[in-house]
Design a binder for this molecule. Structure first.
Ligand code: ZN
Length: 347
């Protein structure tokens, strides 16, 4: 593959590559996309500027998803008592080092602070730097912990509050949604469809598709996260920085879309150098584009493969996440077996 470093900084000059279509249906062009999740106030205030500088240095435009409501990260600590695997993940990834004590107490011993409304200029700064911004729900911890039990109206309300705040701050309607904690249900598919989002990134999977949950088929294309996140791999894969970079490079195919989710609290914090190294190597191999440009290159929704969304477990992550199930077997996913299904979400 010819290195295409220039593709990284394409800013809508019309020189877009041709979308490729697989024999069996729609396929996204070979691209690396950086999805930046902003889950906390400190992530937005302290981590985002570091990531902005890094991305500018690489000439990379990313897609940022901001949790618009309160930072109640401290509530997540209560998951230790509820979810299998969460404590192990916290200890293995060194969460106390990745997330400051202040962040870990938000919403419990320390009062919750508003994330987007607490730093609205930072959102405008991200947009002014040429990045895309989408909605990462309203109350991240609430969505993550309770979505599966929420009725349609309650989900609609969470999405609506986030959208109204987004519009107030940025003066435009959001076009992209990413589900907090990869929690996605029939009710959330519906709520996001009703709001007229252009694309979503709610699940873990292998390729763009039309998601279906509990018999409801969404009309909004889903661009799933295809790589494991850094907090899932830390302490499990690779002992040295170089081994960690190689672990990721081995999982980035040259013939299709890769969506990599990073966090302002992790890659914008103590793991900044890792993303720096990874982007340098990726840019030698693939164009890097924001998700909106990838969505533009996709065929019409009715030509995308339809895949079920099911909850499963991923190596290194506590609790269950929504995963793409490929009924054709292309991705080797087996809808009848939940654990292997989740593991198979990793390419
Ligand atoms: Zn998140």
């Amino acid at each position: 593959m010819v290195p295409q470093p220039d593709g990284v900084s394409a800013t809508g000059d019309g020189s877009r590559p041709e979308a490729r279509t697989s024999p069996s249906g729609a396929q996204a062009p070979p691209t690396f996309a950086v999805k930046v999740d902003v889950d906390t106030y400190e992530g937005l205030v302290e981590g985002a500027p570091r990531l902005l500088e890094l991305l500018a240095r690489h000439g990379v435009r990313a897609t940022w998803f901001v949790a618009m409501g309160p930072d109640r990260t401290g509530r997540a600590v209560l998951r230790v008592f509820r979810q299998r695997g969460f404590l192990a993940k916290m200890l293995r990834s060194g969460a106390p080092r990745l997330y400051s004590l202040r962040t870990m107490l938000r919403g419990t011993l320390l009062p919750a602070v508003p994330i987007a409304a607490g730093a609205p200029d930072r959102l405008r700064e991200i947009a002014a730097a040429g990045h895309e911004i989408g909605v990462h729900g309203y109350d991240h911890v609430y969505w993550h912990d309770h979505l599966r039990g929420l009725a349609e109206d309650a989900v609609r309300e969470e999405v609506g509050r986030a959208c109204r705040l987004f519009e107030q701050i940025l003066g435009a309607r959001p076009v992209a949604f990413a589900a907090p904690g990869w929690q996605c249900t029939r009710a959330s598919l519906q709520a996001i469809d009703e709001r007229g989002f252009r694309y979503r990134s709610d699940t873990r999977g292998t390729r763009p598709y039309r998601p279906r949950a509990d018999g409801y088929l969404s009309s909004v294309p889903e661009l799933p996260t295809t790589l494991p996140t850094l907090d899932e791999v830390l302490g499990r894969e690779g002992r040295s920085a170089e081994e960690l970079t190689d672990f990721y490079l081995r999982r980035i195919p040259l013939d299709r879309l890769t969506v990599h989710t990073v966090h302002t609290e992790v890659e914008g914090g103590p793991c900044l150098a890792h993303l720096d190294r990874l982007l340098a190597r990726v840019r030698e191999r693939l164009p890097v584009r924001p998700l909106g440009e990838v969505a533009d290159l996709l065929p019409a929704a009715d030509r995308l493969p339809i895949c079920e969304v099911e909850f499963g477990r991923l190596p290194g992550r506590g609790g269950e996440v929504a995963c793409q199930v490929d009924a054709s077997g292309v991705a080797g996913l087996d809808p009848g077996r939940r654990e292997p299904l989740a593991a198979a979400c990793l390419p």
